[in-house]
Design a protein around this ligand. Structure first.
Ligand code: ATP
Ligand code: MG
Length: 385
């Protein structure tokens, strides 16, 4: 039984444990709040502190990129950490991430780094409104972002950002990245995996729908060879550059036939949860295979599948389970407004069947916990009827 330690004890570690158990992998997680090693699916079981966790593990990985740098350093020293601390840190700092994209020559939105009012003015002079500002560190689910649509609001946005920067207590200096807002046709992501010996495999591109910056629906798209190839090339360039091991997600804006990278996530990703029911090998298993130096599993699509996030609710109608090929995944988290509490995967033997099931599902669920589902299922049904 190979022992794996995950930095972070949230739902991604939980789903790694669920996927790793049949492979005889023993997955534990380091809870960065309590600083204890726990069992991801039953966190009341405590196995000691980080030092003990590192000693006991044969392989260490992370479920999120905002891990304290001293923790990463301690893990890296053991030579058990995959992906490397460098890759994890890049994913956690938008400035390093943009620099990586530039060095890999990968298309992305025009951007500037901002620390002062002068930088802010210079960025505005070179970008066209609307512009989006993102905190360099600690952003997730659209948090730490400001959108500037009209020039009259520039002063008040700068004041907000300035007080945000001043009140920051991060160990690395906080900053802001100003980015050109892209008028995209849609958002897609590529979930790929790279093994220790450099083999790569990628899942079919996933189309993503966000509500107020939070992912609500992801669906594996019918493979478009041109886009898939473009995305796979970006994955190869970035993951080779980082000598990456494990699952890496790349979020893109699609404009016509061009993909611009929005951001990367050095981990399993919410937009890859559909792989649990829609792919030959799910992203959690493939991540574990990669870091444990096992052969990668097939990333082929088994059947059209969509995922919908459950946001801020801890129950859904039992009726949901009467729809064929629906699977519910709860995260066992305390209910909080806006929080990702679980997700539902839905599959169909073809897109029309999937569309019909999504539409049946949307009738059973509340708009607040499932923003976008109604709109998405209607348009998906129109597209595939
Ligand atoms: P998550 O954790 O969900 O990935 P995040 O906080 O890391 O989110 P981003 O992915 O950078 O933030 O932004 C969240 C969403 O905001 C994007 O998915 C997209 O819908 C929108 N967005 C971000 N940047 C841009 C941009 N340059 N142009 C247009 N829309 C954008
Ligand atoms: Mg994102």
């Amino acid at each position: 039984m190979k022992k794996v330690l995950v930095l972070g004890a949230g739902q991604l570690a939980r789903m790694m444990e669920l996927a790793g158990t049949p492979l005889n992998l023993d997955v534990k997680a380091f809870d960065v709040r309590s600083l204890k090693v726990v069992q991801p699916i039953s966190p009341e079981h405590i196995y000691g502190d980080l030092a003990q966790g590192i000693t006991n593990a044969e392989v260490i990985t992370a479920e999120f990129e905002h891990v304290a740098h001293d923790t990463l350093a301690e893990c890296e020293q053991s030579n058990k950490l995959f992906p490397s601390s460098n890759a994890i840190k890049i994913g956690g700092d938008r400035r390093l991430e943009k620099a990586l994209l530039e060095s890999c020559n990968v298309a992305n939105a025009k951007h500037f780094f901002i620390q002062t009012k002068e930088d802010f003015a210079a960025a505005l002079a070179s970008l066209t409104l609307p512009v989006i500002f993102k905190s360099a560190l600690e952003g997730y689910d659209g948090k730490g972002q400001w959108r500037l649509k009209s020039v009259e609001d520039a002063d008040s946005i700068w004041q907000d950002m300035e007080s945000f920067l001043k009140s920051s207590t991060t160990s690395v200096k906080q900053g802001i990245v100003a980015e050109q807002m892209i008028n995209f046709d849609r958002e897609v992501s590529l979930i790929g995996v790279r093994s220790r010996n450099g083999d790569v495999a990628a899942y079919p591109l996933t189309e993503n729908h966000h509500t107020q910056g939070v992912l609500s629906v992801s669906v594996a798209v019918k493979v478009d060879e041109v886009l898939q190839k473009q995305a796979a090339q970006v994955f190869k360039a970035i993951s080779d550059e980082l000598n990456y091991v494990g699952v890496l997600a790349i979020e893109f804006f699609q404009v016509g036939n061009q993909l611009l990278v929005n951001e990367i996530a050095p981990r399993v990703h919410n937009s890859g949860h559909w792989t649990q029911q829609g792919a030959d090998t799910c992203q959690f298993e493939n991540h574990l295979r990669a870091i444990c130096d096992l052969p990668l599993g097939s990333t082929a699509l088994v059947r059209p599948t969509a995922m919908v996030n459950i946001i801020g609710e801890d129950t859904v109608s039992d009726e949901v389970l009467s729809i064929p090929s629906v699977t519910i995944h709860w995260y066992n988290k305390d209910k909080r407004a806006g929080r990702k509490m679980g997700h539902i995967n839905v599959s169909g033997e073809n897109e029309l069947v999937l569309a019909q099931r999504l539409s049946a599902l949307s009738k059973l669920l509340s708009q607040s916990a499932f923003p976008d589902l109604n709109d998405f299922s209607t348009s998906y049904l129109n597209k595939h009827s």
